[in-house]
Design a protein around this ligand. Sequence first.
Ligand SMILES: [Cu+2]
Length: 239
Amino acid sequence: MQRHHLLALGTALTLGSLTGCSDPEGTAPDAPAALAAGHDAGAHALPEGALFVAELHPLNPRVQQTLDPDPRTPHGVAGGKAYFRVVNGMLDAVVDVRGAEPADAAFPDGLHPQHIHAAASCPTMSADVNGDGIVDVIEGLPFYGPIMIPLDADLADTSSQIPTFPLASGVRGSYRYAASASIAALEAALHHALDLPTRHVVIHGVDLNTPLPASVQSLPGVPAQLTLPIACGELRRIR
Ligand SMILES: [Cu+2]
């Protein structure tokens, strides 16, 4: 797949109904309540110096272990940690991941869309309603909710720019992502408080040649391999 196709995918995701702010008709029936909550609680929800962490646990590990077509790449599961620290009114984000499909000559293998999703729990296998043994991105929605903040190159931009998500590398399939954005600007763009302890982090993306069953759903125009959830963690405040 060429890079310009990925740019098109970025547009598809940006326009998709899963990005929290781009479909106000569908996602904001309670917008006045959310706004009120933001004004009342936002300043208290993210005090200066607060630190939030999500331990990322594997999702769909069997896809990497049994369906990955490339024996050179990690067949371990994806895991890691995501940290969010409040410093001088900025949200400093760091995501460490290991055991994810690494980038190689066949760009964009190794590209890993990652987001803060709006709801408060990671899916279990009970989310696999079509019984194909895989929790796809659509089946996970009732658990993790819509995309709230894409963790891409521009953290302050709440639209999803797929080509700028991190690439894993090396035999361990690891990456470290770091970015910052103004909390006030993020909350203004979202029209609600970040309220991190009620959110969580989802990492997506397996080898693009993974032979997924046709029953695995995806976002419109985006390969299911790119959107497949591979790790998830619920955010909690540790400081
Ligand atoms: Cu996501």
